[in-house]
Design a protein around this ligand. Sequence first.
Ligand code: PRX
Length: 692
Amino acid sequence: SSQVDLTSVLSVDTRYKTETHAAASAGEQVVEETQVLFEANEEFRKNALVSSTEKYEEMYKQSVEDPDTFWSEIASQFHWEKKWDVTDGKVHTENFDVRKGPIKVEWFKGGKTNICYNALDRHVEAGRANDVAMFWEGNEPGYDSSVTFGNLLDLVSQVSNYLRSVGVKKGDAVVIYMPMLVELPVAMLACARIGAIHSVVFAGFSADSLAQRILDCKPKVVLTANGVMRGTKFINLKTIVDDALKQAKQEGYTVETSVVFANEVATKKEETAWVEGRDIWWQDVIPSQSTKSEVEWVDAEDPLFLLYTSGSTGKPKGVLHSTGGYMVYTATTFKHAFDYRPGEVYWCTADCGWITGHSYLTYGPLLNGATVVNFEGVPTYPDAGRCWEIVDKYNVNIFYTAPTAIRALMREGDKPVKKHSRKSLRVLGSVGEPINPAAWKWYYEVVGDSRCPISDTWWQTETGGFMITPMPGGWPLKPGSATFPFFGVQPAIVDENGKELHGECSGYLCVKASWPSTFRTLFGDHPRYETTYFAPFKGFYFSGDGCHRDKDGYYWLTGRVDDVINVSGHRIGSAEVESALVHHPLCAEAAVVGYDHEVKGQGIYAFVTLVEGVEYSDKLRKDLIAKVRSQIGPFAAPDIIHWAPGLPKTRSGKIMRRILRKIAANQIDELGDVSTLADPGVVEQLIELRDK
Ligand code: PRX
């Protein structure tokens, strides 16, 4: 069914026409546009869920004119133990305008459901117990397993019974710090089953970061593993967790139970550090649990999970998602953005430590009864052909990854790709950062053999699900553009005064009204939720991204306009890196900016002022980088440390990052006006020290 022959139709121009422009006031963000159209062939379109622009427009119109009816009809396809309340024909209430009172969003309130029940039990009850729900592919080729929907339900039930046995109740937080084993999504679903709030912390974060998150959400239990191999590298997760739990205890919060999955492929049980009374082996307590577990019916508005993400200032924010709207929205976006057809195998390379692993490795696909691939390793181990080997092994139909991975593989040439057939592939996806047209083209032509449309999905931890995305078969694609808004999403591009711009324009990307999986708050800090996202442009949700809309209405994301840096699709706050650097006793001050990086999209460029009298040295440079690795995690390590005798500041003491970005980009002749600086001489010094 999946062997559809697609041909690309170049309907605008046969050459790549490249335009560059700057987003209004985003200033430094530049997007490369290629106005070439790629269209799925007729057969693909004929069978597509949304098969034409007209069909999309009709559905889109209904979704924004009458969102209550539109989403109710979709929500009815799920199991609700009790139907939601309808007030004046409405199933949702919202206030998106700080001038009208507190920001508030509710969908399907009063309805009782359970997302785990909908993702597993519902399919088992429909006779699909023996269908494969998840193929697990280990880091080391040859290590793999598969679990059916029945197996998955049993496993989830056991974990949920265990959690109950140690006192975890509805509304309690559980922190999950695990590698990509089957047990990671299992742990998430087990929490959901009993109404506990999971907070997955990516197992690449350091002990300090983990401790900070534990102190914020105060979990009863931490679920972890003793270690993992990623490529050729061993990561001792247990010592990181031990350190984090120790730190948390010192700061006044004690985690009573830490369940440790013995990952024997990576490390030995006897070599694992142990805290008696607190630590317990997963294998000693889970398999003995009953495989029957009552479902806790929760309100649609009860919280499902917390996921910490970086902002431009301060410590990470606990983005909170609730149950009902998130369920309906992730399932629907998954289906449409990938044109998912029952029976297909879907592989998302993201880790469950990020939002993509929540919405599109776990909930979205499982809610659709899709078979997912969960890969523990890295795309380049043991060689650059690993992804395509896995695609062939499981006959993957839909493949979803990040531009950074595409660029890394593209550097290895076409050979490792061509070695494998990939004929099962039907749809490709991209997420996490703008995809540059060259990478898009390689992905399309080499990986997809010019046969598979690419869904470039724009969204965020906060949005829970896709916001701007192609629907393959629905309309022609332009490389580098996320194309059009999903059903119910009303984007607005505004200028610096918050005035909505129309037609072809560039500016700040906002959203005008709620969608079902809008995040409901920042955990424990509703005022910050309002000031960060709703105060900048009154009446709108502000995404933090710059955006251009072209003459055909296509949306082009141009990158962050705030001090968030997007490294390999991972969000890192410059303030967080700066605060890690100044933790080093010899660092007096630091300013961090992003710069264009060939593979990672953006790299981290740190300007560091040392304490008076300290000499620059390569050793100090390494120590500073090590400091960031231990404070945040290896993925946040600065790529470049630029010694700075002083930083360019205004007379009121504000660092002018605009100038630092130019220096980092080596655009010395575009520094602009430096006369407002307290000490313009600083700039000269910095330029001199570049590459020193
Ligand atoms: O800047 C945008 C970029 O990633 C940010 C969201 O990061 P995070 O919350 O970690 O979620 C990543 C996975 C959804 C956005 O503000 N971004 C994400 N997807 C795209 C993107 N930028 C351009 N194109 C995309 N498809």
